[in-house]
Design a protein around this ligand. Structure first.
Ligand SMILES: NC(=O)C1=CN([C@@H]2O[C@H](COP(=O)(O)OP(=O)(O)OC[C@H]3O[C@@H](n4cnc5c(N)ncnc54)[C@H](O)[C@@H]3O)[C@@H](O)[C@H]2O)C=CC1
Ligand SMILES: O=C(O)[C@@H]1CCC=N1
Length: 270
């Protein structure tokens, strides 16, 4: 799948694990994946669970890998590269999943000739249902973009946008799973409040979100059209929708995406 290339991860946290699990499920060999991770318990977990080579030495992974996924928090990125020495990254394709770090930031820190692909994935990659959006830095080639897209295609859907849209992408799909979990938790709680057993309420909440998402994607209809098909005149759905509108549900979602988009832009600042 990686065609003999070794993919190294710098940072073995939640998002790295989601991508790794997806890659292995998608047919990538464990021997083609390496991780550098400073936390011993995390190293043991990743090695024990996935059978991949995990070590504490960023330099060793950088030296062995053909392409590196930068999967540390944006706040630790500059210190991490300074400790490694930018020369350790020479010639490697650098794939950054860090929110807010631009390709220009990457080139400034890792070297002006660095080949950089910036990606905003999301955690449903863990179950091969990720949404990943890519853009490329000025030195990255068509082949680099093709290679990186191939990785993220294995863990869900991909699209390519202009870099100026990446913070908005972060606010929508990077952070989006958390909003949806909050919504499903509320839906489940509301079911319990109205007498449903917890397991039934949670299963109904999750399947409702999954089913509605598939209906939207498979019909290609506007969400408003699909909403109308649920909503009988004088029925129960319109009573629920009127309540959500009174509480400015859609305005609250838009404000959340605005806040996350603005925070993504801030995260890249030194
Ligand atoms: N969690 C998510 O849903 C998403 C996260 N991202 C981005 O992915 C990146 C990682 O996020 P998470 O996985 O959520 O964070 P995390 O905190 O779970 O993972 C970061 C990992 O980096 C390790 N680390 C810390 N310092 C290091 C160093 N100097 N060298 C190597 N590893 C080091 C930590 O021990 C930790 O395991 C962030 O930049 C975030 O913006 C992007 C899309 C979605
Ligand atoms: O919360 C964050 O900053 C990261 C980026 C997108 C999702 N998680």
């Amino acid at each position: 799948m990686l065609k003999g290339s070794t993919l190294g991860f710098i940072g073995g946290g939640n998002m790295a694990e989601a991508i790794i699990k997806g890659l292995l499920a998608g047919g990538v060999a464990a021997a083609d994946v390496m991780v550098a991770e400073p936390v011993a318990a995390r190293r043991e977990y990743l090695h024990g669970t996935y059978g991949i080579d995990v070590c504490a030495d960023n330099g060793r992974v950088a030296a062995a890998a053909d392409a590196l996924v930068m999967a540390v928090k944006p706040q630790v990125f500059r210190g991490m590269v300074a400790a490694l020495g930018p020369a350790g990254l020479d010639g490697k394709l650098l794939i950054s999943i860090m929110a807010g770090i631009t390709t220009a930031d990457m080139e400034e820190v890792c070297g002006s000739a660095a080949r950089v692909i910036r990606v905003m994935p999301n955690t449903p990659a863990l179950v091969l249902e990720g949404a990943s959006t890519l853009c490329r830095g000025r030195n990255a080639t068509d082949d680099d973009l093709f290679f990186a897209t191939g990785i993220f295609d294995l863990v869900g859907t991909t699209c390519v946008v202009e870099e100026k849209l990446m913070d908005a992408v972060t606010g929508v799909s990077g952070c989006g799973p958390a909003y949806v979990f909050l919504f499903m938790e509320a839906l489940s709680d509301a079911g319990v409040k109205n007498g449903l057993p917890r397991d039934v309420a949670t299963r109904l909440a999750a399947q409702t979100v999954l089913g509605a998402a598939r209906l939207l994607l498979e019909t290609g209809d506007h969400p408003g059209v699909l909403k109308e098909k649920v909503t009988s005149p004088g029925g129960s759905t319109i009573a629920g929708i009127a309540s959500l509108e009174r509480d400015a549900f859609r305005g609250a979602v838009m404000a959340a995406v605005d806040a996350a988009t603005a925070r993504s832009a801030e995260l890249g600042k030194k």
